[in-house]
Ligand binder design. Sequence first.
Ligand code: HEC
Length: 452
Amino acid sequence: MFHQLSKFFLILLVIAACSPNTKTPKDGEDILFAEHIAPIIYENCVKCHHVDGPAPFELITYKDLASKGKLIAYVTQNRIMPPWPADPSYTHFANETYLTDEQINLIQRWVDGNCLPGDTASLVQPELLTKKWDHGKPDLIVRMPEPIKVPGNNSDLFLVAKIPFELPQDTFIKAIEFVPGNKRLVHHMNAHIVQFEPNKKTNINEGEWLVNQDQSKSQEIHKQLGILHDDGSYPTMTPSVCNYLPGAQFSFYPSEVGGYKIGKKNAFYLNDIHFGPSPIAEKDSSYFKIYYAEKAPKRPVSEFQIGTLGLAPVEPKLIVPANEEKTFHIQFTVSQDISIITLVPHMHLIGKSFWAYAIKPSGDSIRLIKIPRWDFRWQYFYQPPHLLKLPRGTTIFVEGVYDNTASNPNNPFDPPREIAERNGSMKTTDEMFQLIITYVPWRKGDEEISMD
Ligand code: HEC
């Protein structure tokens, strides 16, 4: 018995020692890249810093890391990298990436000790490491009619686009992946699928395919892009079939949920493509990869949003006077049992903090998400570790703080001016306050479905 137990503990110990982030050198021992630092980098940085990833350079080999040692110590110490604005002491997510204080100190000590390599020959080959982010061959690739021109005027560019595509027959889709062309410039993108009724739409290429987002009324934009049927009616639109943000990683949903069925005449409707500022004129040829499914989707994913343009209003009205910091709330009760797949908090530039939780009819509370320091640049689709049940009658509470003072470095105006929500305008210099939730109606066993 004793023998068996000790064997059990030994196995546990071995597992603990091998787990990537627990290798702590003993006092006085050198900090070595291969032994101590590489596991942290592989786990937390390579997912973006690989050749096809969203980050502008690779961080894989000893050379990659050692040549930027001081900068890496700086960005990790200040928690600029890896970017993870949610508070991990409040809730965990399946897609989270953050470093522990211990890991941050280890990186600092490695840099202070002149970035010693250790046994680099024992490290995984970079090709094997980056293979993890290759999702296989798509069944269909949908490209833009022509590359998008990004002017070299050092300012953000916000566009709306329609990318039509035809299929020979009704088709089941498992997932859609967006591949940014110019990944230094493409900041974020949100795409819906428009499904035209074939006999109600003669020409799916009708209208312009690309317009500036500065106009505020979405109906006008829809007309310009030819999103409507010939008789002026709206086609079916499946929202947010694909989203891209820096660091937002494409993943297939668990096989139990998700999927779409689409017809012959379709278009991607990109209601928001944001390009970051560029000092020189550049082009972008981003595209979509579509993966087909063999079977009809069993549980299509739905979405609702609360706050700006949503099912429940922002209270009080979202107006942030110049030189003030102001708090707003959203409150919404769900009318059916749902299983949350992702939580997407959304604010613009002067957002300061975001906090959402829910209270069940029983009075128990459910933590959703806390973002103590809102950062416009990192807006994720936060995936709870398992599908998260909100029973019917649960009230969601959201609190958002906005900082419209001159001391907010992200304030777009100097001196500050009143900033408000205007007709749901998506311009970053106007504000929004939303929580977007993707979900499926709850079913027994959902809480066991892992999002990892
Ligand atoms: C979610 C994706 C993502 C992850 C994870 C990530 N990075 Fe980055 N990193 C970026 C992007 C994108 C940039 C480009 C600059 C920007 O947009 O802020 C960047 C920039 C950097 C820079 C340059 C900063 C500068 O000011 O020039 C360093 C250094 C860096 N990352 C290190 C790391 C390290 C170390 C890790 C892991 C501990 C890491 N990154 C994890 C996406 C990521």
